[in-house]
Write a protein that binds this ligand. Structure first.
Ligand code: KG4
Ligand code: ZN
Length: 340
């Protein structure tokens, strides 16, 4: 990466507030973490069974200034030691994003630092550059989060070609909605994963694919699973929760792995990078290991805490944009929907 060619050390402050985590981090040269903090709002939303957008915005607002202050203290840096501030500007909850974007703009103006806008999914991807400092494009990436399921060819830093996306629900959405119908509460994906560990995949659920496309679709699987639960309840039938969780997880993971395997073959890649909240799923991580063995390719993923939302990934992605001198103006806006 271009960072090493420049003699100067580049330190970026990253800010993330796209959903229910307020996060700040300082990353050096796009690869070394100097400080990181995540304030999760999970407990505040759990009572409502999901993220309440207005509450998320208010909590970000209360948290962001002290969180950034603490992050700089942890890094033992003054704002003047930073080279730029990078912030997620979409996609996500627009009110939540606006808190991070507004704070970053004010910080950049006050300290006369360049501002860098980061796409949330490009951020997820960049967590891998920190986890695996030797990683360089090109590679294929599977990005699986609460709202997105993408296969992306990363041609070079910041140059992406989306080769598959979900045509309806994301994998994370399927995990969360089924978990909710099972009464597992919020956030459901992680709880379903835990439960699946003691179950067997005895219930068949649809694994959708399309001819001549690597695209995903999870709404059929989600609806079939939720309907199965409702029918069982109506009939007074008991379904083993662990077996049900294992069946759902198996169907989601199989779908992700099958499409990814097809893309690996068709695009003849030798490195697969995995990112996003669903990359924390134990079944997916296990399945990816066998993909690595079968195809003799490198399969890389971040540690669990860098799969879900964090600011290390935003600072890392921001470093690449900084090196390309791709700066945002103080008119930067937040976007609920933003193409990669
Ligand atoms: O990337 P992320 O933290 O936020 C978004 O950008 O959406 O991803 C959140 C998603 C949620 O759907 C959550 O249930 C899912 O990632 N998730 C998991 C696991 N941990 C988080 N899904 C399955 N198994 C897990 N262990
Ligand atoms: Zn995310």
């Amino acid at each position: 990466m271009a960072v090493s060619k420049k003699s100067k050390t580049v330190r970026i402050l990253g800010i993330e507030s796209s959903c229910d985590e307020t996060a700040a981090a300082v990353v050096e040269n796009g690869r070394t973490v100097l400080a990181e903090m995540v304030a999760t709002q999970v407990d505040r939303h759990a009572v409502f069974g999901g993220v309440v957008p207005e509450l998320a915005s208010r909590l970000h607002l209360e948290t962001i200034a002290p969180l950034v202050k603490m992050t700089l203290l942890q890094a033992k840096l003054e704002p003047s030691d930073l080279d730029a501030v990078a912030v997620t500007h979409g996609p996500g909850l627009v009110g939540a994003l606006l808190v991070g974007v507004s704070f970053a703009k004010a910080f950049a103006y006050r300290h006369q630092k360049p501002l860098v806008a980061v796409h949330h999914l490009a951020g997820h991807l960049a967590a891998n550059y920190v986890e695996h400092p030797e990683l360089e494009p090109p590679f294929l990436a599977l990005i699986v989060s609460g709202a997105h399921s993408h296969l992306v060819m990363v041609e070079s830093y910041g140059l992406y070609r989306v080769v598959a996306r979900t045509r309806d629900d994301a994998a994370g959405e399927a995990f969360d909605k089924v978990a909710r119908a099972m009464g597992l509460g919020y956030p459901g994906g992680k709880k379903l994963d835990e439960l699946a560990k003691t179950g067997r995949p005895v219930i068949a659920l649809p694994e959708t694919s399309f001819p001549d496309s690597f695209d995903f679709s999870f709404s059929g699987l989600k609806t079939a699973a939720v309907n199965r639960l409702h029918k069982a309840r109506q009939k007074g039938e008991t379904i083993d929760q662990a077996d049900f969780a294992s069946s759902v997880q198996t169907a989601i993971v199989n779908t992700l792995l099958t499409h990814t395997e097809q893309a690996i073959r068709a695009l003849n890649v030798n490195t697969l990078v995995v990112a996003g909240g669903v990359a924390a799923n134990s079944g997916l991580r296990e399945g990816l290991k066998s993909l690595q063995e079968t195809h003799g390719i490198d399969v890389l993923m971040p540690r669990l805490s860098w799969c879900t939302d964090n600011a290390v990934m935003i600072a890392a992605a921001g470093c690449h944009a900084y090196m390309n001198e791709s700066f945002a103006g103080l008119d930067l806006n937040a976007y609920a929907v933003l193409p990669m």
